[in-house]
Write a protein that binds this ligand. Sequence first.
Ligand code: UD1
Ligand code: M6R
Length: 371
Amino acid sequence: NKGNYEHYMQKEIHEQPESLKTTMRGRLIRGGSCKAKTVLLGGLKDHFKTIRRSRRIVFIGCGTSYNAALAARPILEELSGVPVTMEIASDLLDRQGPIYREDTAVFVSQSGETADTLHALEYALENGALCVGITNTVGSAIARHTHCGVHINAGAEIGVASTKAYTSQIVVMAMLALAIGGDSITSQTRREAIIDGLFDLPNKVREVLKLDQEMKDLAKLLIAEQSLLVFGRGYNYATALEGALKVKEVALMHSEGMLAGEMKHGPLALVDENLTIIVIATRDSCFSKQQSVIQQLHARKGRLIVMCSKGDAVSACPGGFGRVIEVPQVEDCLQPVINIVPLQLLAYHLTVLRGYNVDQPRNLAKSVTTQ
Ligand code: UD1
Ligand code: M6R
């Protein structure tokens, strides 16, 4: 049921304040005056000891689910103290890459039925790793075959383009990082700031959704573009990949997400006055590096769209060149949840304006059950 919306993708984008609440329900504990703020993941409580002792955490997934894990990787590295690596399921299988008994392998999948991810799970089980599932579908193959896991509880996702599952996956993995981190004193202030940030996140998502009309206007300007690049780094490298994936899969426009740190190692050659580039430059420890990326792209006459924190347009885009998308600022590791929303809206409006099928893009299936 699409309710008042024209398409499921549109409904699912706008539903995110509610889906995020459902994801966190019962799992975030804001203790009383003397009790600490904590996270409770029922499905993992008997396994944290093993996870903390593992030699590394390997995230495995495809498409948007892989991107969600990539977005959560920095906070997992920071709080867990365990090395975190990333695997695209098909690539792990192609290489028959190393998975060990001492590994915790985390399988991220909205549907829980993706063939590549499921085969990678079988492979990791054979190799003796602890296998953890993060899925949206109770009773799915991945939920059943993993040793333990977390349901993201985002509600059914119908649109082929994953939107609300992505933000809920990131939130679950941020909670996972908090839970693995335990109650170490050194990171207590940081952990409490993240928990407060999680409580407030649905409100912040509601706020960023107000950019809907602005993104529609931007889509009108971009309707006939050949190509759209998206540059991000740090916490928002994943946002660049995921924003570009949305644009290519539904709006059928060539789009690439790129690590801004790689710009000078090749992609800069593409830049001229005909190329539109979105640069994600919200405030975090990478901000000054992004400022210099913006300067260099501007010097090559790239057509810039800069996503920055509210009130930061002058620092992010001095001289007023380019267009600015201002988003509410949240705790750095949660910022990817906010920053993806305008890009989801942009992909949606581009698709409608270009006259393509929003919920069922050509050649694609909601769950890819063949290899
Ligand atoms: C569970 C209940 C929830 C209830 C809550 C009350 C289910 C599905 N969930 O939620 O309805 O309100 O207790 O305490 O009954 N699992 C996997 N692989 C996965 C995902 C999950 O093995 O990919 C396992 C978990 O380890 C756990 C079970 O499935 O044993 C349920 O997981 P989850 O729904 O996340 O647990 P709770 O949040 O505790
Ligand atoms: O159900 P899964 O999360 O395992 O699906 C993985 C990918 O097939 C999926 O995310 C795909 O990339 C989406 N269509 C992206 O919007």
